[in-house]
Design a binder for this molecule. Sequence first.
Ligand SMILES: Nc1ncnc2c1ncn2[C@@H]1O[C@H](COP(=O)(O)OP(=O)(O)OP(=O)(O)O)[C@@H](O)[C@H]1O
Ligand SMILES: [Mg+2]
Length: 228
Amino acid sequence: MLLSVKDIRKTFRSESALEPRIVLDGVDLDLEKGEAISILGPSGSGKSTLMNIIGALDKPDRGEVIFNGQSLSSKTEAELTSFRNREIGFVFQMHHLLPQCSVFENVLIPAVPVKDNEFKRSRMTFAEDLLKTTGLWEHKDQKPGVLSGGECQRVALVRAMINQPKLILADEPTGSLDEDNALSMITLLLDLNKQFEISLIVVTHSQEIGRKMEKQYNLRNGKLNLKT
Ligand SMILES: Nc1ncnc2c1ncn2[C@@H]1O[C@H](COP(=O)(O)OP(=O)(O)OP(=O)(O)O)[C@@H](O)[C@H]1O
Ligand SMILES: [Mg+2]
């Protein structure tokens, strides 16, 4: 088991509301190495909140996230930073590429803080491999500003892959793309998932995209349920 989410609860307090809002109300999820799943659910149901907790960008009020046999709650802030950088690849709805850097520089950014020098050096060749696989090599010296939305999202995916994470968290990765680009992005995600045995969690509003994953989950009223 790569990931085990156990009984996660998360509430948010707002100044206007008297009662805190329960967003996640006992969420459980198991994910095997190499497994690809989708999470669907209404806007505001807590999908991004759950992804942030799995990726250690946020902490649950209760419950725990166990990654590779280790509880995230037992890790120090420094260990969590390294966990996010080495084990997880994040892809968001907006690509968040640095406009002043070339495509090649952008995809290498997560390798900058890596301390293992040999691994760090090997990232250059890996970046080249990935950019070729994804059809982006011809754009390597260009800035994101001249690329299309679909190309930028693919660059963001290569960047998420650069440290060979064990899990990709993709939160509406096709949310800003048209249908054709959305499908090629999903195909690419699934190719990389198969080729590198990287586990994949895709949050989407599209049933069609959701169905392309091995398992589909629905988040609603604070609970995550496997769609049968
Ligand atoms: N930092 C925060 N402080 C207060 N409330 C928050 C915070 N983050 C999220 N929420 C609230 O938690 C609920 C769930 O938000 P979340 O972003 O996880 O939903 P979502 O399922 O990703 O929605 P969408 O499909 O629109 O992206 C929302 O009501 C949101 O307003
Ligand atoms: Mg969201």
